[in-house]
Design a protein around this ligand. Sequence first.
Ligand code: HEM
Ligand SMILES: CC(C)=CCC/C(C)=C/CC/C(C)=C/COP(=O)(O)OP(=O)(O)O
Length: 316
Amino acid sequence: MNRQNRPQIIAEAASADPRSVGVVSVLAAVVSRLSDYLELTKPRIVVLELIVAGAAAALASPQGMNVPVVIQALAATALVAGSASIANQWLERRIDLRMRRTANRPLPAGRVTNAEALILSAVTLIAGVAWLGVQVNWTTALLGVASWITYVVIYTPMKQRSSANTAVGAVAGAIPILMGWTATGAPLTLTAWTLAGVLFLWQFPHFMAIAWLYRSEYAKAGHQMLTVVDPTGARPGAQAILGAALLIPVSMIPATLPTSGSPVLYSLWAIALGGTQLAIATRFALRRDDASARWLLRASLVYLPAWMTLLLMVSV
Ligand code: HEM
Ligand SMILES: CC(C)=CCC/C(C)=C/CC/C(C)=C/COP(=O)(O)OP(=O)(O)O
C-alpha cells in the first residue's frame, strides 16, 4: 500500500460505512508498521541473496537436494541477512538523514523507533542462527554469523573511514552463497569457492556504478566511497573493469573440473554473459557519466541471476 494513499483509503472506507473506520484504521496501522519492518530488512538484496544461495544448494547436491532442509536454510538465512540490514540501518540512522536516497527510511524518518529496530534485529539474528544450527547445520550457522559480523561490525563503520570498505562489504555479500552450499551438508569444494569468488568480484561493477550515481550524496554523508575519494571516476572505473574482467576466468573454473556436465556450452555462455558485463563496465570507465553507470547497475542485476540459471541449466 502506498504510504500517501493510506489516509484516503481510510476516509473512503469510513464514508462507505462509518462503523468500519476503527477496524480499517487499525488494519492500516498494522500493515503500515509491518511494511516498515520489511523495508528495514532491504528485501530486494535479501531476495537476490536467496536466489544465489538456493542455486548453490542445487549445485552442491547433484543427486537431488533435501528440499525441506534447503527451504529452512533459505528462510533462516533471510532472517540473519534481514537482521544485518536492520542493524546496519540502526547504526546509520543519523547518517542516512543526510542522503535523499535513505532519508525516508523507517528509522531516520521516525516511523520505527530505535528500540523496535534493535529488538527486531536481535530477535531475527538469534532466531535465524538457532534455526540454521539446529535444523540445518552449525557450519552454515557460523557462516551466517561471520557474514553478519563482517557487514555490521566491520563494513558499516568502515564506510566512514576508508574506500576499502567495498572489498569488506563484498566479503559479507559473498558468504550467503557458501551458506546455500553448506546447507546441503556438502564440503566446501573448489566449485563452492568459485561461486563465492564470482559473487565477491561481481560486487565491484555492481557497486562502482551505484557509488558513481550517488557520489554527491555519499560525500554529503561523509562516506569514503571510491567515487568520493576519486571524483574523476578513474579509479572507480578501473575497479569496475577489474571486477568484471576477473570474474570471467573465475566463473570458468567449474568448466575445467572433472564433474563438469557441458563444459563447452557453459564456457561459451559464461564468456558471453561476462563479456557483455565487462563491455558495459568498460563503457562506464571511459564515459564516467550517469547513463553509463545506470547501464552498468542494470547489467550487474541481470548478470547474477542469468549466470546462476546458466550454471543450473548445464549443471556444471
Ligand atoms: C559491496 C557490496 C554492496 C554494496 C555497497 C551495495 C549497495 C547497493 C545500493 C546502495 C543499492 C541501492 C541502489 C539504488 O537505490 O539505486 C543496491 C541495490 C541493489 N543491490 Fe547491492 N550492494 C552490494 C552488494 C550486493 C549483493 C551481494 C547483492 C545480492 C546478491 C545485492 C543486491 C542488490 C539488488 C537486488 C539491488 C537493487 C534493488 C534495490 O535497489 O534495493 N547487492 N546495492
Ligand atoms: C547472512 C547475511 C548476514 C547476509 C548479509 C547479506 C548482506 C546484507 C549483504 C550486503 C551487502 C552490502 C555491502 C550492501 C550494501 O550496504 P550499504 O550499507 O552500503 O547500503 P545502504 O547505503 O543502502 O545502506
